[in-house]
Design a protein around this ligand. Structure first.
Ligand SMILES: *[C@@H]1O[C@H](CO)[C@@H](O)[C@H](O)[C@H]1NC(C)=O
Ligand SMILES: *[C@@H]1O[C@H](CO)[C@@H](O)[C@H](O)[C@H]1NC(C)=O
Ligand SMILES: *[C@@H]1O[C@H](CO)[C@@H](O)[C@H](O)[C@H]1NC(C)=O
Length: 304
């Protein structure tokens, strides 16, 4: 009896000591108001500190011109409001200032290239036309595949919508669950609400396609180390890997093809415009020789 009591006293002391140590080593959680709250990532600069409305306007200077297809839809505020959900998880808030700005340029580079209506002869150059679309214009099919958990809703259409366009019922279902918005029944929300459209894209950016794989975020901020297998498959950290993660062998491992070069061009154009410069694109900018993480399956976010 006495022995047991003594031991429990020792245990209690131990538990208390561990709790104290935990409290001491617990990373500091910061509150920057609505933009970034309750996370170690909020202690440093957040997106509005280094990416302001004039920079957004420079990047997407043609989006509200009369010939654009989503006039009045996309704006800086919806980008920032959407980001407030992901900044506490490290989106645009990880590492030093250059790393943060590079991530924002990388994310927006993907967005810009997927939503562009710029062609060779467009005024301002082909790279000035990001955020020209918010949905696919002439869908070639209905993107309904009922072999999945998320059954298509009668009358709903699952063509490409959003900032990193979402295609197919199962992707709408998955992202809707993640964001707690009923996108399976209301896929149209993604072309009606720019905040939601950015949020869906940021969720895709922050979420690995499969367990144990890096997210695009991990790839660009340096959170991921290649295994031997990865190195053999030429998968190395950098912007090229974000293309691999989002598009796999639709774009990667095919040499220097136009669809890949187009995404990279947007990324580097934005790096120049936001004030870092393309010389800081980082290593491994392309995925020309990379083997896809996930070999081809039905298009996830097929090119628009
Ligand atoms: C905060 O900034 C410092 C200095 O730039 C950087 O080393 C650190 O990784 C940042 N913290 C987080 C959580 O990213
Ligand atoms: C747009 O989406 C955001 C994020 O899900 C939500 O908070 C907001 O209420 C939506 N706006 C409208 C007008 O539905
Ligand atoms: C390494 O790559 C091979 C061929 O792609 C694959 O079969 C194997 O499972 C991979 N090993 C690991 C540990 O991922």
């Amino acid at each position: 009896m006495g022995k047991i009591r003594a031991w429990s006293a020792v245990l209690l002391v131990l538990v208390a000591a561990i709790a104290a140590a935990e409290a001491k080593s617990k990373p500091k959680v910061c509150n920057k108001g609505w933009e970034c709250s309750g996370s170690i990532y909020c202690c440093n600069e957040t997106i509005t500190d280094y990416f302001q409305v004039y920079q957004f306007e420079n990047l997407f200077s043609k989006r509200n011109s009369p010939v654009a297809h989503a006039v009045g839809f996309w704006d800086y505020q919806s980008f920032i409001t959407a980001a407030s959900v992901f900044e506490p998880l490290g989106f645009g808030t990880t590492g030093d200032k250059q790393t943060k700005m590079r991530e924002v340029a990388a994310f927006l580079g993907h967005v810009g290239s997927k939503t562009s209506c710029g062609y060779g002869v467009a005024t301002g150059g082909p790279l000035a036309w990001g955020l020209c679309y918010n949905h696919e214009m002439s869908p070639s099919q209905d993107y309904c595949d009922d072999n999945y958990l998320y059954k298509c809703t009668e009358g709903a259409q699952y063509y490409g919508r959003g900032a990193l366009p979402v295609y197919w019922n199962y992707n709408y279902g998955l992202i809707g669950d993640a964001l707690k918005v009923d996108l399976l029944n209301h896929p149209e929300y993604l072309e009606q609400n720019a905040t939601l459209a950015f949020q869906a894209a940021m969720w895709r950016w922050m979420t690995p396609m499969k367990k144990k794989q890096p997210s695009a975020h991990d790839a660009i901020v340096g959170n991921w180390k290649p295994s031997k297998n990865d190195t053999l498959s030429k998968r190395l950290p950098g912007f090229g890997l974000t293309i691999n993660i989002l598009y796999g062998d639709q774009i990667c491992g095919q040499g220097y093809i136009d669809p890949m070069n187009n995404i990279i061009s947007h990324y580097q154009y934005y790096l120049d415009l936001i004030g870092i410069g393309r010389q800081y694109s980082g290593d491994n900018v392309d995925c020309a020789e990379q083997v896809a993480f996930n070999p081809s399956y039905k298009a996830d976010t097929a090119t628009s």
